[in-house]
Design a protein around this ligand. Structure first.
Ligand code: GCO
Length: 455
């Protein structure tokens, strides 16, 4: 009885301590991280790319206009948040947060600006950067492909062509040859489904093609195979066995507004019917199930009835990842347009805060049987009125998943500082640090302090 009482007492005390100190228990070795992609933070140096080229394009389907500049307000990435000049100073910002892990991309167009000619200065820069992170007790996680490839590769057809995969693998081998002895965690391709859907169906990423379902399916298939081939090639190299190599998959799902939750069920009913095809359509083109099945069984089958069927079997796929990197933001709710339920709050990205779906996404991916790292999760919130709650609630979902026995080994808040949000330009403020793009001053947001306190 006495023991039970003391246990109860300790439990209640720990609840209070947790509530008042924003503390959260992570398992030993857990990656408490944040991340960036170098193009979004620093634009391009010498290497022209699919994205630098796209900045000057005029595309059919911009999110807000039917036909207009590829990027909102016609913005150009320029030097963005000045990564190439300020990267080393910015390590202090990661330290100040108390993070022990940092995810960043290697930019292929800078490493291989001309086909077959590798730039040693850029590789030196990255090597010194990795050394500096490690010196500061920050574990680096490298993304080998974060949406950007050289313009010469784009002109050869990019990932539309299966023969081009070998060129990607060769670039990855070059980078691994240099950094494999120092870096343990590697993500091959960031969000293959987003590359295929945004570039070939929605037309909002390069090459800006719309409703090209078969192309989109082929690109997704080639990206997934490129991942498998890269994994196999790197594993055979010196240090390959010690490396943890994974793919980074965005669990993006959409649902139709459910009128049961509506304050006015009639409006809800109307939304249900007008919104129905959009949610279904997005789930098809963002191909979460297709990707998961490929990773689990090696079978790729992308089918949109009456429009396209692309099939392939790659027996190496189920053994091609040591971990799964999961990017997770929200579950998009569709009425006639993006909407949310009365109990939810909309973020600046036109999708709601939805921490409980992060838990569901962890459960969903856990049947791949591999450790999960949440490689991206964050909120676009220019007014900084959601961030604190976002971080608290999403991290509680992660904690609950861990307590329920799911193998989550890391969490990387997206993103360290404000950056260039692809077709949304500089309008979306995901950063823990606010950036003044004229003076390059960084300021920790009030709503981000909780992350520092928690990690
Ligand atoms: C993506 C990327 C990031 C984005 C982030 C916020 O999903 O597009 O991996 O580069 O900036 O997801 O939208």
């Amino acid at each position: 009885m006495q023991i039970n009482r003391s246990i109860l007492f300790l439990f209640v005390i720990s609840l209070f301590v947790n509530a008042f100190t924003n503390s959260i228990k992570f398992p030993a070795g857990f990656h408490k991280g944040t991340g960036i992609s170098v193009y979004q933070n620093g634009g391009h140096l010498i290497g022209e790319s699919n994205w630098s080229n796209f900045e000057n394009a005029f595309v059919y389907a911009n999110a807000k206009q039917l036909c207009g500049p590829a990027i909102k307000n016609d913005e150009k990435v320029g030097r963005a948040a000045g990564f190439w000049d300020l990267a080393f100073d910015d390590i202090k910002l990661i330290k100040e947060l108390g993070c022990n892990a940092f995810r960043f991309s290697i930019e292929w167009p800078e490493v291989e600006p001309i086909q077959g000619v590798f730039n040693d200065e850029v590789l030196d820069f990255y090597e010194r950067y990795v050394d500096e992170l490690i010196k500061n007790n920050i574990t680096p996680m490298i993304t080998l492909y974060h949406f950007v490839h050289p313009l010469w590769f784009e002109k050869m057809g990019g990932f539309e062509s299966e023969e081009n995969i070998a060129l990607f693998v060769r670039y990855c081998q070059k980078v691994f040859e240099r950094l494999g002895k120092k870096v343990k965690f590697w993500g091959t391709i960031n969000e293959p489904t987003v590359v295929a859907a945004c570039g070939y169906v929605l037309g909002i990423h390069p090459p800006g093609k719309c409703l090209r379902f078969t192309k989109s399916a082929q690109v997704l298939c080639n990206l997934l195979n490129a991942h498998v081939e890269t994994y196999c090639a790197l594993k055979k190299m010196p240090n390959g066995n010690q490396a943890q190599i994974g793919i980074i998959h965005q669990v993006l799902q959409a649902e139709t507004f459910n009128p049961v939750f509506a304050t006015n069920w009639l409006i809800g009913l109307m939304r249900k019917y007008t919104g129905f095809p959009l949610a279904q359509f997005l789930n098809k083109v963002f191909a979460h199930n297709v990707t998961k099945k490929f990773l689990k069984t090696g079978e790729f089958e992308y089918r949109i009835p009456g429009l396209t069927t692309v099939k392939l079997y790659n027996p190496d796929a189920p053994n091609s990842y040591d971990f799964i990197g999961m990017n997770f933001y929200s579950k998009v709710v569709f009425g006639p347009g993006p909407t949310c339920y009365p109990h939810q709050q909309m973020t600046d990205m036109d999708y709601p805060m939805s921490p409980e779906t992060l838990y569901q996404a962890i459960v969903d991916l856990s049947d791949l049987g591999k450790p999960i790292y949440i490689t991206e999760n964050g909120v676009a919130d220019a007014k900084d009125c959601l961030r604190e709650n976002f971080i608290r609630e999403y991290l509680s979902s992660v904690q609950k998943a861990i307590a329920d026995g799911y193998d989550v080994r890391g969490y990387y808040y997206w993103t360290l500082m404000d950056n260039f949000e692809w077709n949304d330009g500089f309008s979306m403020k995901f950063g823990l640090y606010d950036v003044d793009f004229i003076t390059q001053k960084r300021t920790l947001r009030k709503g981000a302090e909780i992350y520092r306190d928690m990690v």
